[in-house]
Design a protein around this ligand. Sequence first.
Ligand code: SF4
Length: 204
Amino acid sequence: MSTPFPFLRTQARGRAEAGPSPWMRLRWASARVGFIGYVGFALFTGVGGILTAPLATWYMFGDWRFWRHWRPALRLIPQGWRMLGRLVRGDSGFMLDVPIAAPPHSAPVQELVDLNPAWAHSGSCGPCSRCCELIACPVLDPESGYCSGYDSFFWRYFNCGRFPSRQREIDYYGCPKWVMKEPVLVPLPVYHRPVAVEASAPEG
Ligand code: SF4
């Protein structure tokens, strides 16, 4: 988010940006690129995801035992095409905009979000499954109401684990649980460059 004051930045975002080494960023980026390539392979070959089912279920459910997940896993194929359609239509509210080299997250970044004071279920989502239902996510277990891909690769590297990280994501899903923290503006250090003062001829 840009700020009208170019010399200021949010304290929370500043902290969120600090830290990871270039090596770690390269690792996370490579993992995402590998996943995106795999999804492309699975979707465009038609059978790629089925032939590599253990890998598909590991990515999405954190479990190589594909036979435990075959029903929701098969529904991931049309879901993948729907997501692709949303991307092509520019439906960025769908939140497929995690920076490629961002760290994986199992939970929202604490510096960015707070529980809504009106939310009555503390850290749990309680009876709500609104965000998953809105996109008809096949990974949501309809019987238990729980996500069967909790903390999987997809959960940590893409949008689920870190949800929400922006107000527009809360708005898009109508999430009643989270509110974004007020940004705290802190001044960035000001660097003075030495200014060369030219000697001028005395007047008169
Ligand atoms: S919309 Fe919010 S409260 Fe509801 S399931 Fe999603 S994250 Fe949980």
